[in-house]
Design a protein around this ligand. Structure first.
Ligand code: PGA
Length: 262
């Protein structure tokens, strides 16, 4: 069966760059990136950079926030809401990145509220899931990821609506920022399990339309191999997205893969 899911290559800039870096980065990226439009490109800059990135990419890519609160507004010092993100022209939000789970106390319960708030507010949610090294070594990686998905997506109300605005990023925690990647076979194994879990949670048709990205030390040198797996629909790239030429090369690997599977 032909895979109709779009290939998505996303940059997670984490807490790097300032607004002054945005225009030079985007100018270099624009020169280097393939212009065939087959890859959906997304930038997740830090919140103060969102407006500048939206203006600079000018339709070349989509833009999303790295986090948002589940309430629309309120006395939540330091937080950013879905309407604030949307008003800047950003269209996505990352939910439950492992750095937020590990360092800022995010749980599956807060992820569920954040996914729901993003979708209700008209944004697209990219939910991150992934096991720690201890969980993998104990053989619990599949169960952990299924539990994260179930608790974060299990009570979505409209089964037919979210998939158009839902993406999953599988990011094994031990691969993030470590230079270690899942082998293509291990990535495929987990992506297939995620797709099965999505079918249970969202229905088969809907789950078939949700792109599942791989993240964790993706670079220009390993992107083609990871993206060649049948259930790997793209990449969420941290460190290697900070250099525009390298990120453009990863987009090019995605474009090549997308051309082959269409
Ligand atoms: P990395 O980060 O590519 O630097 O491993 C990926 C991520 O955290 O999304």
């Amino acid at each position: 069966m032909t895979n109709r899911r779009p290939m998505v290559v996303a940059a997670n800039w984490k807490m790097y760059k300032t607004v002054r870096d945005v225009e030079p980065y985007v100018a270099s990226f624009r020169r280097a990136v393939p212009r065939d439009g087959v890859v959906r490109i997304v930038f997740f800059p830090a919140a103060p950079l969102l407006g500048a990135v939206v203006r600079a990419v000018d339709g070349l890519a989509e833009v999303g926030a790295q986090n948002s609160h589940w309430e629309q507004e309120g006395a939540f010092t330091g937080e950013v809401s879905v309407p604030m993100i949307a008003a800047l022209g950003a269209r996505l939000v990352l939910v439950g990145h492992s750095e937020r789970r590990q360092m800022f106390g995010e749980t599956d319960a807060t992820c569920a509220k954040k996914v729901r708030a993003a979708l209700d507010g008209g944004l697209t949610a990219m939910l991150c899931v992934g096991e720690t090294l201890e969980e993998r070594n104990a053989g619990h990686h599949r169960a952990v990821v299924i539990r994260q998905l179930t608790r974060s997506l299990g009570d979505l109300p409209a089964r037919d609506d979210p998939p158009g605005r839902l993406l999953i990023a599988y990011e094994p925690v031990w691969a993030i920022g470590t230079g270690r990647t899942a082998s293509p076979a291990d990535a495929q194994d987990m992506h297939a399990i995620i797709r099965e879990a999505l079918a249970t949670l969202l229905g088969a048709g809907a789950s078939g339309r949700v792109p599942v990205l791989y993240g964790g030390s993706v670079k220009a040198g390993n992107a083609a191999e990871l993206l060649s797996q049948p259930d790997v629909d793209g990449a969420l790239v941290g460190g290697a997205s900070l250099a525009p030429e390298e990120f453009a090369a990863i987009v090019a690997a995605g474009a090549e893969r997308a051309a082959r599977r269409s």
